[in-house]
Design a protein around this ligand. Structure first.
Ligand code: PRP
Length: 214
């Protein structure tokens, strides 16, 4: 397909988008307009390179990519696992490194050993379900929360949580700890399945160039 068509990127808003643009700059992909931190604009265009970037809420990035509203997305592995969309995951970008873990008070360790029915609070109910049901074969009650998940065990809403741990300070400051590690996480690049077939050269070239700078 000709390079006249815009290649469209959906980026997870915030630090992830800034890190991504820093990396893209290294391969000559720039978008100065995006650097204005006070701007509320959501779509940016690089006319010269025929690229479009839009800023979306992280969990929506795989949705835009699956439906082809974006050819390419950059989002955390946690979101990719939780949303489970039909997209190709093509590149580990290496930044945004953290871990998905089961956390709780030290006293909850025992509850993870004997297939007991426990309550698990999480912003990631699908990841929690997959881990407890399919990997640990433990039937649990999963409670979806939208943030500040560490509150769960403290106010006795849940026995443990499934959440992201980066520095570990949120856990420490709330008297909780990592009980089990589910998997490592980082930012990934995802691609729409049709776009990959329609523009294999352009997308592969991009992946190769990025890989050289990681
Ligand atoms: C995330 C995550 C933990 C915290 C982990 O929350 O859910 O709460 O960061 O980071 P740490 O190990 O460096 O302390 P986020 O800041 O995204 O806010 P949220 O609780 O509203 O989801």
């Amino acid at each position: 397909m000709s390079e006249d068509r815009y290649l469209t990127f959906a980026l997870g808003k915030g630090r992830l988008a800034s890190k991504t643009m820093e990396l893209f700059e290294k391969i000559g992909i720039t978008c100065d307009e995006m650097k204005d931190k006070d701007s509320r604009k959501l779509i940016f265009v690089n006319e010269e390179l025929k690229l479009k970037f839009f800023l979306a809420k992280g969990p929506d990035v795989p949705t835009y990519v699956e439906y082809g509203a974006a050819d390419i997305g950059v989002v955390g592995k946690d979101t990719i696992m939780e949303e489970n969309r039909r997209v190709y995951e093509v590149l580990d970008l290496g930044y945004g490194k953290c871990r998905m873990c089961v956390c709780g008070p030290e006293s909850a360790k025992e509850l993870l050993k004997h297939h007991e029915m426990i309550r698990v609070a999480s912003k990631y109910p699908n990841i929690a379900k997959d881990y407890f049901y399919n990997k640990k074969h433990q039937t649990v009650d999963i409670i979806k929360l939208n943030g500040s998940v560490e509150l769960g065990p403290i106010v006795q809403l849940a026995d443990v949580i499934v959440d992201i741990v980066e520095t570990g300070s949120t856990l420490r400051e709330n008297g909780l700890e990592v009980l089990e590690e589910i998997c490592p996480l980082s930012a990934r690049m995802i691609v729409n399945q049709v776009s990959m077939q329609m523009e294999p050269d352009r997308i592969r070239r991009l992946i190769q160039e990025l890989r050289q700078h990681l």
